[in-house]
Design a protein around this ligand. Structure first.
Ligand code: PMP
Length: 431
């Protein structure tokens, strides 16, 4: 594997880009971050000409893979040709909003922003403005982007800043509880019920090794929010239009949030975020209400066109059947491969998300609910995954995200042959 150009580019990038990258996760790839020249279907080709079967898939947005199908490409090209953006409204944002509202019953009104982080930050401000309360409940091991309210560690008793630069005063307003823990959630409401503006959670933990919800957990969130007058914000940035197909994870798991955040797939590979929800709550945003939200690039025409064409393509073709069945095959194949190695490994995921975790002590008595929360994944051998496993897969032509926590994604461009190649590589590496 020749990486001469990659090495040179990385060394050069260190003089102008912080750590040589624009998002820290990319620096997790040792000894150099990947520098991509182009995508080809389910593959990426790096600047040295190495070709990898890609399960990073942009960290989630690329439902259709790296090649835009003709209708998506035409929609994007046509929009670019007309002019990149205007700071004025277009029909595209209305159409994309209608598509989402038509498929996700909890969504009546939307606001388009430019990233998942912006969407969750605005959703929480909206919840605070609408309720007149300051505290939010988050899940330990959940991820909602880099924002002061979410970069908080610790527990309900002792929340603390999760990054330098986050004021203690922000951390004090965030209450972290374990995912899937109804008792901890009820305790938080008992202690702080009249101060809690919102509970924000992903339907499943998608940035922490993939932790699925146990039956009833989201019902409890709904019930407690109703009882105490808080809002339920569901973060579908990863799961939206992936898990549960066009009805999203809230359709699959029967979740009834007040607000939902979207991003990734909704922009068809271009920067996007969105907040959606009931009209009565959403209209607290400016201009109809008092909660400020604004953006030069909000509803960016190219992202709107790409997102709409992507979702229409998924609706008209058997995209979800394809990605889910390949991902099923991967999970089943991986389970067979690691069966002899239990309890050292766990295969996790759902729909087109999958991951093989290096655990240490998967409890044999609850394999269906393992991992149950973020701490189960953190307790695994994450260092070994990163140090040994990831480079070994890359040597065999398979590109996985640089750490044990990030989900792997199957796209419409992946094939059965890709899946077989992947399983062979896993088998080889684990042997
Ligand atoms: N929420 C969730 C659930 C996410 O997975 C992510 C990104 N991985 C974000 C929010 C932040 O989105 P972005 O990176 O687009 O700001």
């Amino acid at each position: 594997m020749n990486e001469e150009t990659t090495r040179a580019l990385y060394e050069r990038s260190l003089s102008t880009l912080v750590g040589g990258v624009n998002s820290p996760v990319r620096a997790g790839s040792q000894p150099y971050p990947e520098f991509v020249e182009r995508g080809e279907g389910a593959h990426v080709v790096d600047v040295d000409g190495n070709r990898y079967l890609d399960y990073v898939m942009g960290y989630g947005p690329l439902l259709l893979g790296h090649d835009l199908p003709d209708p998506v490409r035409e929609a994007v090209d046509g929009t670019v040709d007309a002019g990149p953006m205007y700071g004025l409204s277009t029909d595209l944002e209305v159409e994309l909003a209608e598509f989402i509202a038509d498929h996700v019953p909890s969504v009546e009104r939307l606001r388009f922003v430019n990233s998942g982080t912006e969407a969750t930050a605005a959703a929480v401000r909206l919840a605070r403005g609408a309720t007149g309360r300051d505290k939010i409940v988050v899940m330990q091991g959940g991820y909602h982007g880099g924002h002061e309210s979410f970069l908080v560690e610790g527990d309900a008793e002792r929340p603390r800043p999760g990054s330098a630069g986050v004021p203690e005063a922000f951390a004090e307003q965030t209450i972290p509880v374990p995912f899937n823990d109804e008792t901890a959630l009820a305790d938080a409401f008992e202690r702080h019920g009249d101060e809690i503006a919102a509970v924000i959670t992903e339907p499943l933990l998608g940035n922490n090794g993939i932790v699925r919800p146990v039956a009833g957990f989201h019902d409890t969130v709904r019930t407690l929010c109703d009882e105490y007058g808080a809002l339920f914000v569901l973060d579908e940035v990863i799961t939206g239009f992936r898990v549960g197909g066009l009805s999203c994870a809230q359709g699959k798991y029967d979740i009834e949030p007040d607000l939902t955040t979207f991003a990734k797939i909704v922009g068809g590979g271009f920067p996007v975020g969105a907040i959606g929800g009931r009209a009565s709550v959403m209209e607290a945003f400016t201009p109809t209400g008092e909660v400020f939200e604004s953006g030069t690039f909000n509803g960016h025409p190219v992202a709107m066109a790409a997102g709409l064409a992507t979702l229409e393509y998924a609706e008209e073709n058997d995209v979800y059947e394809h990605v889910n069945s390949l991902s099923d095959r991967l999970r089943t194949g991986l389970s067979e491969i690691v069966a002899d190695h239990a309890p050292e490994y766990a295969v996790v995921g759902t729909d087109s998300m999958f991951k093989l975790l290096f655990t240490r002590d998967e409890p044999a008595d609850r394999p269906d609910t393992y991992p149950r929360d973020g701490s189960d994944v953190d307790a695994g051998d994450t260092e070994r995954w990163q140090r040994l496993f990831r480079p070994a897969m890359k040597e065999r032509g398979i590109l996985l995200p640089p750490n044990q926590f990030e989900s792997q994604f199957v796209s419409d461009a992946h094939t059965e042959a890709d899946v077989e190649q992947t399983l062979e590589a896993y088998k080889d590496v684990l042997a």
